[in-house]
Design a binder for this molecule. Structure first.
Ligand SMILES: Cc1cc2nc3c(=O)[nH]c(=O)nc-3n(C[C@H](O)[C@H](O)[C@H](O)COP(=O)(O)O)c2cc1C
Length: 196
């Protein structure tokens, strides 16, 4: 099984990246047979989605799209910007093909300055995952700036919750075993959007 972590922050000392990496570390500890990889968007030069066929993207954009398509499950994370995920994070989900998350387990994390926007996981991130016919792990973990100290994620409760998110992501992905018998396509096809 391969689980890819996505950090949707472009900042240099990213709390989102720490959070997603910590979750991947818990996965490594809990099941060493699982292969994990972090995709920090700050390390890749992604172009903006311009509506072309996803097969036609090149360079870093191609690399990231392919890594996500090849993953069995994902741990996603974004800083909260203006009450929702970052623009960089949304752009990634505009770039990937409609079927690249179908039937996959997705663990959700978010980081915000305060707890004001913790429900963004329910109201913003989960509908995005739903669009792709993927399975969001119930819950999701929201860390605020007070949960970090000295460049580390230090809050015990958040760490416990991330360990649980790691466990549940492995468990659901194992149960799903890459078999998905739901709708083959998202409700609205990309082609029909281009024709209109
Ligand atoms: C442009 C911008 C908008 C932000 N908007 C919010 C917000 O609406 N709610 C919030 O709780 N924090 C907000 N923040 C704070 C960040 O979400 C927070 O510092 C986060 O931990 C940054 O993650 P990073 O270190 O991975 O970049 C904002 C920060 C920036 C730069």
């Amino acid at each position: 099984m391969k689980i890819v972590g996505i950090s949707g922050s472009l900042s240099k000392h990213s709390k989102t990246e720490l959070t997603v990496q910590k979750t991947l570390d818990f996965i490594d500890e809990q099941d060493p047979t699982v292969q994990t990889e972090l995709i920090a968007l700050s390390a890749y030069n992604l172009v903006f989605c311009d509506g072309r066929n996803p097969d036609d993207y090149e360079a870093d954009t191609r690399t990231v799209i392919d890594k996500i398509a090849a993953a069995d499950a994902l741990i996603i994370g974004s800083p909260i910007y203006r009450g929702t995920y970052s623009g960089a994070f949304k752009n990634l989900f505009d770039l990937i093909p409609n079927d690249s998350l179908r039937g996959k387990a997705v663990g959700i994390t978010a980081t915000g300055g305060s707890d004001h926007h913790y429900l963004a996981i329910e109201h913003q991130f989960k509908p995005l995952i739903g669009y792709f016919n993927a399975y969001a792990i119930p819950g999701g973990v929201y860390a605020n700036n007070g949960h970090f100290a000295g460049g580390e994620l230090t809050d015990k409760n958040i760490l416990e919750r991330l360990a649980n998110l790691a466990k549940e992501t492995i468990r659901l992905s194992t149960l799903l075993n890459n078999s998905y018998e739901g709708p083959a396509e998202t409700a609205i096809k990309r082609e029909s959007l281009q024709e209109s």
